[in-house]
Design a protein around this ligand. Structure first.
Ligand code: NI
Length: 167
């Protein structure tokens, strides 16, 4: 396995929509394993292939504290959404930035697992938020792009300042 480089906002490659996975092969499974290792090493609770510059519809999520609840979603689709929830989100592509985002409170998702078997999941709470956040990545959208223009400008200014300090 390998730890992959995570694209950092505002890298324009984060805005590229992902394509459906037509065939789940050894290469797909290797990518999934690498994504999982990258997510755990970061550490984070979710990662979309888009964030490692692979523009395929693949998401890995583990919201547990002990790496005991790994979920893989290939070609995920939301078939039902219900309610409204506002939760604070963060992102491995926008380190150190956290803000409230409004999303559906509950979602029903259908996807393929790493063996290509179709499953349906009813998710609520953090899991629902996380799924919607990662599915945004597959559409080329970073959570900060859901914030007001004012807040987005502040985020970009903060990141620029930080990059200057690091240089
Ligand atoms: Ni993210």
């Amino acid at each position: 396995m390998a730890i992959l480089e995570i694209l950092q906002y505002p890298d324009p490659r984060l805005n590229k929509p992902a394509e459906r996975v037509e065939k789940i092969d050894a290469g797909t499974r290797k990518l999934i394993d690498d994504m999982v290792e990258t997510m755990y090493a970061a550490p984070g609770v979710g990662l979309a292939a888009t964030q490692v510059d692979v523009h395929k519809q693949i998401i890995v999520i583990d919201i547990s504290e002990d790496h005991g609840d790994l979920r893989v979603f290939i070609n995920p689709e939301v078939t039902r959404r219900e309610g409204v929830a506002v939760n604070q989100e963060g992102c491995l592509s926008v380190p150190g930035i956290y803000d409230n985002v409004e999303r559906a409170e509950m979602v029903t998702v259908t996807a393929l697992d790493r063996n290509g078997s179709r499953f349906t999941l009813n998710a609520s709470g953090i899991l629902a938020t996380c799924i919607q956040h990662e599915m945004d990545h597959l559409e080329g959208k970073v959570f900060v792009e859901r914030l007001s223009e004012l807040k987005q400008n502040r985020v970009r200014a903060k990141l620029k300042k930080r990059q200057r300090k690091a240089a």
